[in-house]
Design a protein around this ligand. Structure first.
Ligand SMILES: Cc1cc2nc3c(=O)[nH]c(=O)nc-3n(C[C@H](O)[C@H](O)[C@H](O)COP(=O)(O)O)c2cc1C
Ligand code: SF4
Length: 521
């Protein structure tokens, strides 16, 4: 009897709930039954409440079971898991699971499907088609294709990728760089991590295309140190790409050179800001650089540098393989294509949802998410990481796209959506935003360095006021006005987005949940 292939995610989210133990148990229990198994450690498909999700390859296709614990493995094998047998944990074919079938997976199309350690598997699932197309094009045509696709940076600022690449292409110098921002510091975000762990070659291919497009020969991936699984997956994939001529001095016989090195971050949130990231890559303390000059003109080691997020770069191969129009046909308004949304916090069904821009908050949170994990009413969501605004349920009909959110004084950022139920104290969440800013501030400018610390003190005073009957109302009103003024100063006077965007969570809490700041709450 030939070996049965099993997929058990090696993704950090699956490992954190016991996937390694499940893989060992499957091997052991199969051995006891005289059955040979080949276990592939794939990425997660992104349905976290079903992890560890085990899939078995049968004559009828892949059959999934989940969530599987190591203790259940023996009974699952007795029930015929290796043949796709019936069991209460049997989920069937994940390709038709409604949570996945309703998604529009482009960037994350291979997640959970391929073996991240296998270049052949990557090729078999459409990998390197984008590079093939790019190799037949002139650099300016590659840049034009990316510009025409409407792709905007997925790291947070949503800057048009094609314009950034054109700026770097236009610099007439010998040395340019591609710097991939894999710091992924935003709370509730994990799409970069999942891509690097589950489909690392898509990022490598995207960076190689970027190198060909702008004339860069060296790329760096600035990876947060807290992602050891991603570091291992990238190291394996880089080695395979080099061995097969997809990286190196002569990329696929083109005569063009491109290679990538991974550098581990130092663990500070500010190192995700692109100029701090460049400082850190150069071996210095992560401190924001004054702009101009832009990194596209004077970036890493003073040379023109493309700085792009993991998702942005991993999306480029699709644009090249399928064409600008194909990609542009997804989305709404100026938000073209798809976005991997990440659903986290107090939510029943957390995970990764890739859809064209325009899905509403309600469809994401109550549809895909199934409401709160506690079963209590959802009160708010924070969108776009720790510097993102809180949206009240009255605005849950807002489409998840850049302009619609901006019109609500909110932002999409890196696509993280964190859910809170009705027990959340929004004054404490405002305090948390200011405290986060105080702790993570690089210290270069006063509105952020001092403003955040004064803001924490102010919210502390407001919180003590709201419960203490002895403090006059006039003091509370004055403090609320002062907090608003402080937000103005930080927004207008900070050198970078950390100080500049902290007012978003604070102001949204003040605007939509003012009762939480007031006496008697
Ligand atoms: C405080 C702060 C933290 C940031 N953290 C990240 C991060 O972790 N990852 C990221 O890709 N971009 C982050 N950014 C955005 C980057 O500065 C930059 O816009 C992005 O890497 C550019 O890539 P993109 O155009 O592909 O989005 C951060 C920005 C700020 C202000
Ligand atoms: S806003 Fe904060 S993090 Fe940004 S440069 Fe100023 S002090 Fe540094």
């Amino acid at each position: 009897m030939s070996a049965v292939t099993l997929y058990v995610p090696g993704d950090a989210s699956a490992v954190s709930v016991g996937a390694d133990r499940v893989a060992s148990a499957l091997e052991m229990e199969a051995g006891k039954r005289g059955r040979e198994v080949r276990i592939v450690r794939n990425g997660s498909r992104g349905l976290f409440w079903l992890e560890p999700l085990v899939e078995v390859v049968t004559a009828a296709g892949r059959v999934a079971y989940g969530p599987v614990s190591a203790a259940q493995v023996s009974k699952l094998l007795d029930a015929g898991l290796l043949e796709g047998g019936a069991h209460e944990l049997r989920l069937g074919d994940m390709a038709v699971h409604p949570w996945l079938a309703s998604q529009q997976r482009l960037t994350c199309a291979r997640l959970g499907i391929v073996d991240p350690a296998s270049l052949d598997d990557y090729l078999a699932h459409g990998g390197y088609a984008g590079l093939g197309a790019a190799l037949a094009m002139q650099p300016a045509d590659i840049v034009r294709t990316v510009a025409e696709s409407g792709l905007r940076g997925r790291g947070g600022a949503a800057f048009p990728t094609g314009i950034k690449w054109q700026t770097v292409l236009d610099q007439r110098v010998a040395q340019k760089y591609i710097a991939c921002n894999a710091d992924e510091g935003d709370s509730g975000t994990f799409s970069d991590r999942m891509l690097m762990e589950g489909d690392p070659l898509s990022l490598i291919e995207g960076m190689t295309i970027a190198g060909l497009a702008v004339g860069a020969t060296q790329g760096y991936i600035y990876l947060r140190v807290e992602y050891p699984h991603a570091a291992r997956a990238l190291a394996r994939a880089l080695k395979a790409a080099r061995e097969r001529g997809y990286l190196g001095a002569d990329v696929r016989g083109s005569g063009k050179s491109f290679d990538i090195a991974v550098r581990l971050g130092a663990g500070a949130y500010i190192c995700g800001e692109e100029t701090s990231m460049l400082e850190s890559l150069e071996g210095r303390r992560g401190e924001v650089r004054v702009r101009p000059p832009l990194p596209a003109i004077k970036g890493l080691f003073g040379q023109p540098t493309v700085v792009n997020n993991v998702v942005t770069l991993a999306t480029v191969p699709i644009v090249l393989a399928r064409g600008a129009q194909f990609y542009k046909d997804f989305g709404v308004g100026k938000s073209r294509g798809t976005i991997p949304l990440q659903l986290a916090g107090n939510v029943k069904q957390g995970g990764l949802v890739e859809r064209a821009f325009g899905l509403t908050v309600n469809e994401l949170v109550n549809g895909y998410g199934g409401g709160s994990a506690t079963g209590r009413p959802v009160r708010t969501v924070q969108i776009g990481g720790p510097l993102g605004a809180y949206l009240p349920t009255s605005q849950f009909d807002t489409p998840l796209e850049y302009e619609a959110l901006s019109a609500k004084n909110a932002l999409l950022g890196h696509g993280g959506v964190v859910v809170f139920d009705d027990r959340v104290d929004m004054a404490r969440m405002a305090r948390y935003a200011l405290e986060f800013c105080a702790v993570e501030s690089c210290g270069k400018c006063t509105p952020c360095r001092l403003g955040s610390a004064r803001g924490v003190e102010l919210v502390d005073r407001i919180i003590s006021t709201r419960t203490g009957a002895t403090v006059p109302n006039v003091r509370l009103d004055g403090d609320l006005a002062l907090l608003d003024e402080l937000c103005d100063t930080m927004f207008n006077g900070s050198l970078c987005g950390l100080g500049g965007m902290t007012p978003f969570p604070v102001r949204s809490a003040l605007t939509h949940f003012r009762e939480d700041f007031q006496r008697g709450h």
